[in-house]
Design a protein around this ligand. Structure first.
Ligand code: ADP
Ligand code: ASP
Ligand code: MG
Length: 436
């Protein structure tokens, strides 16, 4: 069985929903993971923000507007009166629940409950349309089997057990529909897998049930060789190794959630990126490809902070790096890039939550400098070190751009360069021009 995940734009209107259901029907037997309709998660976050800031009139207006969109979508989607009535009842239930938060104190827990409404609404509408189309489909509640640990990691043992159990309850069913993104945490509260997390749901379910393939259906024909939002003339990459796709997703290729490749890679299940608006396009397939000895694609990750620690005691001082890293570990702050010299070390982080306290502790080891608003540009491909010339090509392409750090050799699959935010688009264009 395949897992088919449809993103926000692929369920973004009644017409798009009908279109995606057609693709599912053609597959016949699948687990279908849906995002919220595009724009909904952002609206829900804006609504919580308004409530938190005491702007209740504003929140009320935002809720009314969102609700109107759902009534309109249902009316366009469903022609059977009974189905339409059921859809309107569901919409009423969700929106009166949403309105009940207007006079509440919104904590992190309530915020997560509210943000979950998007996926709950889209799946509740689509299941009615599937029923109307006489499909043999069932809606499974993702919060019954998707779970994260206290560290925010997927609880794979639980997911495997419970997802298989949920499916085996309906052995005669063809289509198992469920929500992406949402889950429960160790306190059994509603939680989520972070923005864009529906991709992650799909690959976690795929790994849990041993799927034949995980399909990510979106609004573009696969992983392009550069970011199409900033560079013209990008083209899709037909095949990527799991490692290459993981690097691209982690370093900013928005088409995939940063960690979504991992479960598929561990379970060795191919991931296929496909376009709902152009389903016949080959897209991108991600699996254990043979080495190609080529550069595949470029991506960029924003909002990076670089920290340099210069120490007079670093020379021959074993244990120095450990002490530095322990500070980041203590404050749960992952490091993306690292470069060292005899007198110092530079690292980058993308999470500034604990920056002040980290800096004050680092100052005990030496001189600390910080560069904010930086961008990691990441060039990905089969860059095994005996393949000559790739790093020269990359550095050469960027010879006009000031580069703060370069990292190469950490894996066979990437070269990362740290540049200023204002140079990002020019750097991406130059890389496309020189490399492809
Ligand atoms: P969905 O809502 O289906 O999850 P996303 O918006 O998360 O879709 O991801 C698809 C978008 O990712 C594309 O519309 C495109 O603008 C963006 N994107 C960024 N980098 C790339 C890339 N290298 N290849 C393809 N798409 C990319
Ligand atoms: N709806 C969620 C978001 O917008 C999850 C997703 O679409 O993948 O982030
Ligand atoms: Mg996405």
């Amino acid at each position: 069985m395949k897992v088919m995940k449809f993103g926000g734009t692929s369920v973004g209107s009644a017409q798009r929903m009908k279109n995606m259901v057609k693709l599912v029907a053609a597959e016949g037997n699948a687990i279908v993971v849906l995002s919220a309709m595009s724009g909904t998660t952002n609206s829900l976050i804006a609504i919580t923000q308004s409530i938190k800031e005491g702007e209740i009139n504003n929140a009320q207006k935002q809720i009314d507007e969102l609700e109107r969109k759902y009534f309109e979508t249902a009316a366009e989607l469903l022609s059977d009166n009974e189905m339409l009535r059921a859809a309107n009842d569901t919409i009423n239930t969700f929106f009166s629940k949403l309105r009940s938060y207007l006079d509440k104190t919104i904590t992190e827990k309530e915020e997560k409950e509210i943000v979950a409404f998007g996926e709950l609404l889209s799946t509740n509408l689509v299941i009615l349309y599937m029923k109307e189309a006489d499909m043999n489909a069932v809606l499974l509640d993702a919060t019954e089997f998707m779970k994260i640990t206290p560290e925010g990691e997927p609880d794979m043992k639980f997911i495997k057990q419970q997802a298989n159990k949920a499916i085996s309850r309906y052995p005669e069913v063809d289509i198992y529909l469920t929500q992406g993104f949402i889950c429960r945490n160790h306190n059994d509260e509603i939680d989520n897998l972070q923005r864009g997390g529906s991709d992650y749901t799909a690959s976690l379910i795929g790994a849990a049930i041993g799927a034949d393939e995980i399909q990510i259906w979106t609004d573009i024909d696969g992983m392009h060789n550069n970011d199409p939002r900033f560079v013209e003339g990008t083209t899709p990459v037909n095949e990527l190794h799991f490692e290459e796709a993981a690097e691209l997703a982690y370093f900013g290729a928005k088409i995939l959630h940063p960690t979504c490749v991992l479960p598929a890679k561990h379970a060795n299940i191919p991931v296929r990126l496909l376009n709902t608006m152009q389903p016949e396009a080959p897209g991108t397939v991600i699996y254990n490809t043979q080495p190609t000895h080529t550069i595949k694609a470029v991506a960029a990750k924003d909002n990076i902070t670089a920290i340099k620690i210069k120490s007079t005691h670093m020379l021959l001082a074993y244990g120095f790096l450990r002490k530095v890293f322990e500070i980041f570990e203590k404050y749960h702050t992952p490091i993306d890039m690292i470069t060292t010299s005899e007198v110092g070390v530079s690292v980058t982080i993308d999470n500034e939550r604990s920056l002040d306290v980290i800096l004050s502790e680092l100052k005990e080891f030496g001189n600390v400098t910080v560069d904010k608003d930086m961008v990691i540009v990441c060039v990905v491909g089969d860059l095994e070190w005996q393949n000559r010339g790739f790093e020269a090509d990359v550095v050469n392409a960027l010879r006009e751009i000031p580069v703060r750090m370069i990292s190469y050799g950490g894996s066979n699959y990437n070269i990362s360069l740290l540049i200023r935010k204002e140079d990002k688009i020019r750097a991406l264009k130059l890389l496309s021009q020189y490399l492809f």
